[in-house]
Design a protein around this ligand. Structure first.
Ligand SMILES: Cc1cc2nc3c(=O)[nH]c(=O)nc-3n(C[C@H](O)[C@H](O)[C@H](O)COP(=O)(O)OP(=O)(O)OC[C@H]3O[C@@H](n4cnc5c(N)ncnc54)[C@H](O)[C@@H]3O)c2cc1C
Length: 377
């Protein structure tokens, strides 16, 4: 009888792992992939939606298109996980697994930043990006802040991208001269592992008159006075606040007892948790890579190889290196690329390819190749 694999979460990590196991085992696989959403949306599509470059419908990839041997998709909300018994409860039933993979990503806690809901906006969820489509056209003058409220947060270059794309958006609308843009980031540099990428971003900010506020977090907003209060108690007035909300594991993961300091610890070599037969890949774990799709995908490859070795009795795969390439929108129809490696050496290293139109096509190919591989579209 085929071993039962249950994959929780059909994001970057869950989709890639299910695809690899289907390619390997075909009909001999018995894999259930569970997600509460009917569709997947790439993280970077949220920027496209908020700035009106794509419609919300155009960026949704419906899970009903997944047709893979041995893989069954279930649209259900996961309500409990028992990692010791490898048992999962959803709003529609229960599942028992020989191999359980947790790929549930990171959720947001908007209430953790007082004033954010009442006085600001967030652009990290699909809903937030959709709302901003309607808010941004009403902004014609004043101070816009793109601000990070806590660490860790997904895709560390994304706030820089949002500031640069906002510059383009306001320029196209002819109101840039009446607006200021500030970017509040918790790091000394925009992309700490890559000094070259950071230099390129800092000079792009300087050329466009974007103020980079380094080593600071936005702790709260005072909607009545329209000021953002930073972690050193200094204040920045704002007319438009675009926030990166506090991240946390989904509530069902927190309730499962698997987390330590907020995230699921794993063996960095193969992404196994301390529970036998249970893996945690992507944003939900604390392996030490940034929370980004490329790393979730890389982790999925290593975890899949480890599952294959477990099921077929072979050798464990080479250890996870935490490598990945992130595309960075510079505006003006140019994209740069940061190549980083987080786990091979004593500290993270990175290199940078200058922003170009050629990399716009490469980023498009990154998206379309995943669409084809995961959804057959
Ligand atoms: C603005 C922005 C830009 C980004 N740009 C990039 C980029 O250019 N490159 C890049 O690599 N990354 C980027 N990212 C980050 C990337 O989107 C995430 O890091 C990536 O999606 C993480 O993959 P994952 O598989 O861990 O989780 P996710 O892709 O988040 O998938 C988790 C899944 O679990 C499901 N789920 C959660 N809880 C439950 C539950 N209780 N029941 C059922 N299902 C549940 C969710 O519906 C979701 O589909 C960006 C993110 C943002 C916000």
């Amino acid at each position: 009888m085929a071993p039962k694999v249950v994959v929780l979460g059909a994001g970057f990590g869950g989709l890639e792992l299910s695809t690899i196991l289907s390619d390997r085992f075909g009909d001999e696989l018995d894999l259930t992939l569970i997600d509460r959403s009917p569709h997947f949306v790439f993280g970077f599509s949220k920027l496209d939606v908020m700035f009106g470059r794509e419609t919300p419908d155009a960026v949704r990839l419906e899970y009903r298109h997944i047709v893979k041997p041995g893989v069954r998709f279930r649209q259900e909300a996961i309500t409990a996980i028992d990692p010791a018994a490898r048992k999962v409860t959803t709003d529609a039933g229960t599942y028992e697994a020989d191999v359980l993979v947790i790929a549930l990503g990171a959720d947001y806690d908007l209430e953790a930043t007082p004033g954010l809901v009442e006085g600001g906006n967030e652009f990290y969820s699909v809903g937030g990006a959709e709302r901003l489509r309607d808010v941004l056209p009403t902004f014609t003058q004043g101070h816009a802040i793109v601000g990070v409220t806590s660490t860790p947060f997904k895709c560390p270059p994304a706030p820089s991208e949002a500031a640069l794309l906002l510059h383009d958006y306001l320029t196209t609308r002819g109101v840039r001269d009446a607006c200021e843009i500030s970017l509040v980031m918790p790091f000394g540099l925009p992309v700490p592992p890559s000094p070259d990428a950071s230099r390129a971003l800092l000079s792009a900010f300087a050329e466009r008159g974007i103020t980079f506020v380094s080593n600071r977090l936005v702790r709260s907003l005072d909607p009545a006075r329209r000021v953002a209060i930073l972690d050193d108690q200094s204040e920045l007035p704002f007319d438009l606040f675009l926030g990166v909300p506090k991240h946390r594991v989904p509530a069902v993961v927190a309730a499962s007892g698997m987390t330590v300091d907020g995230w699921i610890p794993v063996n960095p070599k193969n992404l196994q948790t301390r529970f036998p037969g249970v893996y945690a890949i992507g944003d939900v774990n604390s392996v030490g890579t940034p929370k980004a799709g490329v790393f979730a995908e890389g982790a999925a490859r290593v975890a899949a190889d480890s599952v294959i070795a477990e099921l077929q009795g072979g050798e464990q795969p080479p250890a996870y290196t935490g490598e990945g390439s992130c595309y960075v929108e510079f505006g003006a129809n140019r994209v740069g690329r940061v190549d980083v490696n987080f786990l091979s050496g004593p500290s993270p290293t990175g290199s940078f390819l200058d922003a170009s139109t050629a990399l716009v096509s490469e980023k498009e190919h990154f998206g379309s190749s995943r669409r084809r591989r995961w959804f057959g579209l």
